[in-house]
Design a protein. Structure first.
Length: 497
């Protein structure tokens, strides 16, 4: 990876500060907490059930009232006596000690929209302690960006479920930007609702096909290249959320046969970057701009092969990103197609505070055809999670289970097949130390997808594999509520402590 010295040193200092804060948060928590959519799973199809986009809630509309991002800490002193005094002989604290305690531990009051009763709570929300501490920092006014990387299969395709989560989290905690966006829509159902992508001329290799021997697919699971002539233009959208950017970062590959790449923001001066190096390596080119709407253009000029992954769009904060990388039609084990050092480096550089995994639907056909046991699935999923988390072991992680389904390609999927995967995913979360949201049982368990399809209006697609747009809005709301309920409990526990 290559950054100019000033940018590199600044980012390193920020990263070290975040990790120290996360570790301190995890230590303190020990005493505080008890306790989208393709019509076929074949990624070559490039098709997706019709999405009634008109029914999508306007980002920030329902949650907007009283939800402007900003500090929420209450400076009122906490009158609670110091619990350590009685534990050390039963003596009451002196008035001066109590006063000092009150000043050191201000109370925290949740916003009205934070006080929710989740449809189904998270399992082990305490495992999101580091993520919750980062949210608390920006909630209390820190000028920073919290990052979420969400990996999954078709359940997060079309930026549907993830778009719901991004809207809700950015409405509550502030707009951190679109995050990492791929260089091109490698298939029609790769979308990022916060930007407009126009690209042409790029060849690509998608991790589901295991088509790159070097295993360098980028964090998004797809790498793009051109010998010259390919272009990408990414524009911010005209909206309160996603309408501004102050930092760009172009993610690309340098190699022995690398060519020249040109980057231009708006009508400003173009920068020409050599992508040639003695050995294959990932590099990152950062560009700071005045906050506001912008467009960035990336061009392959020739002189060799220009190869890249995508472009990061961020604000100065405070805010959060929720970045989706859907591996449409892919088995969970396709995450093992990443070169271990490569994906660890990508995660380390992106520096996420939370990594979310949403896989499993495509694996049901491997159970149906007798090629996958629960034990084998647990082993491969756990290894994949470990490989991704190696880039930042202290980042929080969340596994959401597969949703119910009745088909996978030509295979009929029975309740026995779905239970194998859903139950195994819960065990993977336990083994990996991740929080868990049980989407499968939240929607009703075995056979529930057919019932969701029969609802008026339907909440599932007619392919009997996926939730439709309305269903994903519902599921996204459930996941958000579960995470926010955990956040409130975390902060109230910290204030009480």
């Amino acid at each position: 990876m290559l950054l100019d010295p000033l940018t590199a040193s600044t980012r390193l200092a920020r990263r070290l500060a975040r990790r120290i804060a996360s570790r301190l948060a995890s230590i303190s928590l020990l005493g505080l907490v008890a306790c989208a959519t393709p019509s076929s799973e074949d990624p070559r199809s490039g098709t997706q059930p019709q999405v009634p986009q008109a029914e999508a809630p306007a980002p920030g509309s329902a949650e907007r009232a009283g939800a402007a991002p900003g500090p929420t800490a209450d400076p009122t002193a906490d009158p609670t006596a110091d619990p350590t005094a009685s534990a050390q002989g039963g003596a009451s604290p002196t008035p001066s000690a109590a006063k000092a305690k009150a000043k050191a531990a201000p109370s925290w009051t949740p916003r009205p929209q934070d006080e929710v009763t989740p449809h189904l709570p998270l399992e082990h929300p305490e495992r999101l302690a580091a993520f919750y501490e980062r949210l608390a920092q920006i909630d209390d006014g820190a000028q920073d960006v919290v990052r979420v990387v969400h990996l999954g299969a078709s359940m997060i395709g079309g930026d549907d479920l993830t778009g719901v989560l991004r809207t809700k989290f950015q409405t509550r905690f502030g707009d951190g930007g679109a995050g990492l966006v791929l260089l091109s829509r490698y298939m029609p159902n790769y979308l990022h609702q916060w930007v407009k992508i126009q690209a042409e001329g790029w060849e690509h290799c998608y991790i589901a096909y295991l088509c790159k021997g070097d295993g360098h697919y980028g964090l998004g699971g797809t790498t793009f290249w051109s010998g010259g002539g390919a272009t990408t233009v990414i524009r911010t959208r005209k909206h309160e959320l996603g309408g501004s950017v102050s930092k760009y970062e172009v993610w690309y590959v340098a190699s022995k046969r690398g060519g020249r790449m040109r980057v231009r923001v708006d009508s400003g001066e173009a920068e020409v970057i050599s992508t040639r190096a003695e050995a294959l390596e990932d590099r990152y080119h950062a560009i700071d701009v005045e906050p506001g709407p912008h467009r960035i253009k990336v061009e392959a000029l020739g002189g060799g092969r220009v190869r890249g992954y995508g472009v990061v769009l961020e604000t100065d904060g405070p805010g959060i990103t929720w970045e989706q990388f859907s591996m449409l039609g892919a088995f969970t084990k396709r995450m093992l197609g990443w070169n271990p050092e490569h994906i660890a480096g990508q995660i380390e550089h992106r520096d996420p505070d939370l990594i979310v995994f949403t896989y499993g639907g495509n694996d049901t056909r491997r159970v149906a055809n007798g090629k996958l046991t629960a034990e084998a699935y647990i082993a491969e999923y756990a290894e994949a999670v470990q490989r991704v988390r190696a880039g930042k072991p202290d980042a929080s992680c969340l596994i959401t289970s597969m949703t119910d389904r009745a088909k996978s390609l030509e295979f009929k999927i029975t309740p026995e097949h779905t239970k194998v995967i859903a139950t195994a995913q819960q065990k993977v979360a336990e083994q990996a130390g991740c929080a868990f949201f049980d989407s499968y049982n939240a929607m009703g368990g075995a056979g529930s997808l057919v019932k969701w399809r029969a609802m008026k209006p339907p909440l599932a697609s007619g392919d009997l594999k996926h939730l439709n747009h309305r269903g994903r809005i519902k599921l996204g709301g459930w996941i958000y509520d579960a995470v926010i309920a955990g956040y409130v409990a975390h902060r109230q526990g910290a204030a009480a402590g």
